[in-house]
Design a protein around this ligand. Structure first.
Ligand code: SF4
Length: 351
């Protein structure tokens, strides 16, 4: 799929945010580092990747890829809750400079935005893609070509945005691309609404997990994420599985992420996201050294205006208390951008 300048502007306007903190170290002469191999390369060399792909596609026959477990026959084009068609649908594939600092580096994070979503929140910030399903339908060879193009233009990783419902296609495309020279780490950039049984298929394939932890209270997730009352419980289990697979955030000597767990938490108005409980849970159940990005960019989108509690942006006070809770919990590895945001809110924010 050809990418025009307009496409690039479209995606960054909807999804972006300028990079607030630039890496300070000199550019590497090569990326990824010499001798480093992504997890999927090792699995392919061991002869195990093909079998995993088959197992993943098997899960789409009576679809159990995500906690919705619709049971529809995706291989024959039946649609479940996510509304995903038989072929993978992609909205854009671009270097993205609004992601976490260690993902962006100098060349950007190679984001591929998949259309449709299995969670479908009422406040979705990417609603034209996730709810409306805008994008182009591709076969797996074309998806592999996108990955290779992102590598060719200097991106540091393949950042798979909303991958859960199309995971088997992603694995197949990754294998095709690897055979043609792909060597970038895969970033599994998910809402967190995952099944542990399915995540186990990704063990030894994904190097970087980037899950959201949106809610800690099932009443909130049921209300704002289409009845998903089990979101907090399942997401906690999913994040623990991710951590067991890839461990803590690891970078190369220039600060580019190579492996590990990076958790995102969006602060919401009126403490809806359960931030204090979230940061305590991370510190106690994973580690205080876990990479966490406390995000400030909540804005009223999609149907959020219909809900009084979330029908406004967050205040400076709400973001600052979230950061204080992270400190009180003892988190030591917060994304530099949220620290930069704290400085901005302290200096200019209105409470
Ligand atoms: S991936 Fe889609 S079809 Fe499959 S269980 Fe989830 S929502 Fe249903």
């Amino acid at each position: 799929m050809a990418t025009t300048r307009r496409d690039f502007i479209r995606s960054t306007a909807i999804l972006g945010g300028a990079m607030l903190v630039a890496p300070t170290r000199a550019s590497p002469s090569s990326y990824p580092p010499k001798g480093w191999l992504p997890a999927y390369a090792r699995l392919e060399q061991e002869g195990k990747l093909e079998e995993r792909i088959e197992q993943a596609f098997d899960a789409t026959q009576a679809c159990t890829l995500c906690p919705r477990q619709c049971g529809v026959d995706r291989r024959n084009g039946e649609k479940g809750y996510c509304r995903a068609p038989k072929k993978v649908t992609v909205y854009s594939a671009q270097p993205h400079f609004g992601e976490e600092v260690s993902l962006v580096g100098e060349g950007g994070s190679g984001t591929i935005f998949f259309s449709h979503c299995n969670l479908r929140c009422v406040f979705c910030q990417n609603w034209p893609i996730s709810h409306k399903g805008r994008g182009d339908r591709l076969d797996d060879e074309e998806l592999a070509g996108m990955m290779l193009r992102l590598q060719r233009i200097g991106c540091h990783n393949i950042n798979l945005v909303t991958p859960t419902h199309v995971m088997p296609h992603i694995l197949n495309a990754t294998r095709i691309a690897y055979k043609k020279g792909l060597l970038l780490p895969l970033v599994y950039n998910t809402s967190g609404y995952e099944r542990v049984e399915i995540l186990r298929l990704l063990d030894g394939i994904v190097d970087i997990y980037l899950p959201d932890a949106k809610f800690m209270d099932g009443k909130q997730s049921a209300k704002y994420s289409a009845g998903a009352a089990d979101y907090p419980e399942l997401t906690r289990a999913a994040i623990l599985e991710m951590h067991a697979q890839v461990g803590q955030h690891v970078t190369d000597e220039w600060g580019h992420a190579l492996r590990g767990l990076m958790i995102r938490h969006l602060v919401m108005p009126n403490r809806v996201a359960g931030t204090q409980e979230f940061v305590r849970w991370v510190a106690e159940e994973i580690s205080p050294a876990t990479y966490v990005n406390i995000m400030a960019q909540y804005h009223v989108a999609w149907e959020a205006n219909d809900y009084e509690e979330i029908g406004r942006a967050i205040t400076a006070a709400e973001f600052l208390e979230a950061m204080d809770w992270a400190d009180e919990a003892g988190l030591t590895n917060l994304d530099p951008r949220c620290r930069a945001n704290r400085r901005l809110f302290r200096r200019y924010g209105k409470t």
